[in-house]
Design a protein around this ligand. Structure first.
Ligand code: FAD
Ligand code: DHB
Length: 392
């Protein structure tokens, strides 16, 4: 069997795995990344679009901020709306901070390029990954690639393999505590080469259901509508999407809507999920492998980045013999921030979506929450503080 050796084995070549690897490599710590899919597949997934400023600064620190700084669009605010009521949340005025519109696909592309330049081994097309000896001084990962079984020996393993990965499941079920809330709807998202309907994002609660107007650049929009879980992409022609979307955003905004063909269309289910702890012996869970948030509030990718922030310097210390205080504290420190982002994403989801079978009281609670937001600067500041990202 071919045997490879590294200091930190990273399972998953999505944003968590790549960013962790980049930061470790910059400090002279060796990594090998094992990724199930092809690079083209990873880069074809259209996902998050909003970076908190802490994420922006971490990407800069990792040395991958140049294209983000030239092509990303800083946003100083967004709108939360209820039918025709448009509440402006001015992040800059309320918190002194802003967010960056820069797609996950671009972040991932920049990270792959930096990892290529660093000469990091990224093995694509791996399957049947198994993690062993997590309670020993040295651990190893076995996997199949190009028809052959291989072994990667390491000091630590970072489980960056997303919700459906193997890392979390390597922790014995009786040692894991899982918390979950599944929402009874999904988001249908489209990409279209049209100018944005508004300069800032619009999160829209309406009698017809939720809609979100986001963007990637001056001629590429990312729009979403809430759909029943039973719907498929085939149920949604472009025309049906545009009709639903324009009904759900305030008419003042809809008046500026430019429609066009969609170039991507997909449906994502909404879920809140946390698995504790994040550490099992030499294994550390990072990003979606340990937690999922519903996308309302744009926290998924940003939480992956804050996990990486807590873990990378801790791993550098551990690998270089400077102590294990950091890795010992990782799970507790990361979970404290994760739970706050869970609460915010759940609250935003509850405030902005129609739930099937809900009663008139629930609808009034949503409307009152948005009316309160319109009249209370304290409420807007609370939302802004969470949206731009709680401190690491
Ligand atoms: P992932 O991006 O899932 O990366 C994990 C990687 O591990 C993948 O490349 C996968 O191929 C690989 N992998 C999996 N299993 C194995 C294995 N056994 N062996 C080796 N490799 C493996 N967040 C937002 O903030 N806004 C959004 O609009 C938004 N939309 C989303 C839409 C969808 C459909 C999904 C799934 C997520 C969305 N998210 C969104 C969440 C955000 O994209 C994630 O939080 C982010 O991708 C987490 O990064 P990650 O690297 O931890 O996990
Ligand atoms: C995007 C996605 C989100 O979930 C969100 O809250 C804001 C923007 C996006 O894809 O652009």
């Amino acid at each position: 069997m071919t045997v490879l050796t590294t200091q930190v084995a990273i399972i998953g070549g999505g944003p968590s795995g790549l960013l962790l690897s980049q930061l470790l490599n910059n400090a002279g710590v060796e990594t090998v990344i094992l990724e199930r899919s092809t690079r083209e597949h990873v880069l074809s997934r259209i996902r998050a679009g909003i970076l908190e400023w802490g994420t922006v600064e971490l990407l800069r620190e990792a040395g991958v901020g140049a294209r983000m700084d030239s092509e990303g669009i800083p946003h100083d605010g967004c709108y939360m709306t209820d039918d025709e009521l448009m509440v402006h949340i001015d992040f800059k005025e309320l918190t002194g901070k802003r967010v960056m519109v820069y797609g996950q696909t671009e972040v991932t592309r920049d990270l792959y390029q930096a990892q290529d330049a660093a000469g990091t081994t990224v093995l694509h097309g791996v399957s049947d990954v198994e993690i062993h000896d997590l309670d020993q001084t040295k651990s190893y990962v076995e996997f199949t690639r190009e028809g052959a079984r291989k072994r990667l020996e390491c000091l630590y393993v970072a489980g960056c393999d997303g919700f459906h990965g193997v890392s979390r499941k390597t922790i014995p079920a009786e040692k894991r505590r899982e918390f979950e809330r599944v929402y009874p709807f999904g988001w249908l998202g489209i990409l279209s080469e049209t100018p944005p309907v508004n300069d800032e994002l619009i999160y829209s609660n309406s009698r017809h259901g939720f809609a979100l107007a986001s963007m990637r650049n001056a001629n590429l929009v990312r729009y979403y509508v809430q759909v029943p879980l039973s719907d498929t992409v085939e149920d949604w022609s472009d025309q049906r999407f545009w009709d639903a979307f324009s009904l759900r955003i305030p008419s003042e905004a809809a008046a500026h809507l430019v429609t066009g063909p969609s170039i991507e269309k997909s449906i994502a289910p909404l879920r809140s999920f946390v698995s504790e702890p994040l550490r099992w012996g030499n294994l550390f869970l990072v990003g979606d492998s340990a937690h999922i948030v519903p996308p309302t509030g744009a926290k998924g990718l940003n939480l992956a980045a804050s996990d990486v922030y807590y873990l990378y310097s801790a791993l550098i210390d551990a690998v270089k013999g400077a102590g294990t205080t950091g890795i010992d504290a990782y799970s507790t420190r990361a979970l404290a921030r994760i739970w706050k982002a869970m609460r915010f994403s759940w609250q935003m989801t509850t405030m902005m979506h129609r739930f099937d079978g809900e009663d008139a009281f629930a609808e009034q609670m949503r409307k009152a929450t948005l009316a309160h937001l319109a009249t209370s600067e304290a409420a807007r500041r609370d939302l802004a503080e969470n949206y731009i990202g709680l401190p690491f």
